[in-house]
Ligand binder design. Sequence first.
Ligand SMILES: C[S@@+](CC[C@H](N)C(=O)[O-])C[C@H]1O[C@@H](n2cnc3c(N)ncnc32)[C@H](O)[C@@H]1O
Length: 288
Amino acid sequence: MVEDRAGVTWRVLWQQLADEVGRPPARWLCETASGCDGAEFLAELDRPATARMVAHLDSMVVRLRAGEPLQYVLGRWGFRRLDLMVDRRVLIPRPETEEVVETAVRLMADRAGVLRAADLGCGSGAIGLSLAAELPVDRTEVWLTDASTDALDVARANAAGLGRAAVNVRFAAGSWYDALPADLAGGFDLLVSNPPYVADEAADLEAIVRDHEPALALFGGPDGLDALRVVVAGAPHWLRPGGWLVCEIGSSQAAAVRALAGDAGLGEVEIRADAAGLDRIAVARRPT
Ligand SMILES: C[S@@+](CC[C@H](N)C(=O)[O-])C[C@H]1O[C@@H](n2cnc3c(N)ncnc32)[C@H](O)[C@@H]1O
């Protein structure tokens, strides 16, 4: 197969693959195999692929046909301004989580002085590294935590792509707030989390998600709320007065999370819909 197709141009390889997987995914696979992105790839379209590049392309197609998510096959995925390395150690960053980050960044827009934020359960680093990239580089500190040291390794690797903003990033391993230094209690302007919130026995979870993404990143106990209970209850202790908590939630969890926030003594509780109109973003504030 490799021998047959070495020497074939990228234009032909792209078209052949597009018939099977669609044009954009076919292009991303060809870009990865060719080592060229964007305009560079377009400039290569009428050049022949080498045998090694075709072998790489074929190996990715085999994985895709076996049912692996495209993002893991590519080994990378775009999230807001970032091009993140992703593999089976971390959740694939989702578009609705980009909206969680947008909400958090906007809440910080009027804040003067040093901004201290945390991304609890950072996975690939999608949220925390975006905060570091988008909040003022000269006065921001972002803590990225996870119970999975594998996930933290991926997040650390992704921080390398941040440039100057990487100096503002701190990593800590541990369960939720246990990962944070005790002397930072009461000092966070912003806590953001996309915790695991799928109910353990959720019947509607797609097989491609259940079979490939880390269980630790997905499941939140019998009702999916185990992690949210800890994150919401602990927020008043870690936020400074007036600081904000922003959580991604399951679309059926709005009432439960609103109640958890009230019980924790948080105010200005709001559930916001994502672009699909689903209740996915919980916002609450420690009273001043
Ligand atoms: C839904 S994923 C979110 C990953 C990433 N923040 C994102 O939005 O793409 C949840 C993350 O929480 C982490 N996690 C699970 N249990 C945890 C715990 N007890 N303490 C800290 N992190 C935990 C998982 O390892 C996973 O990386």
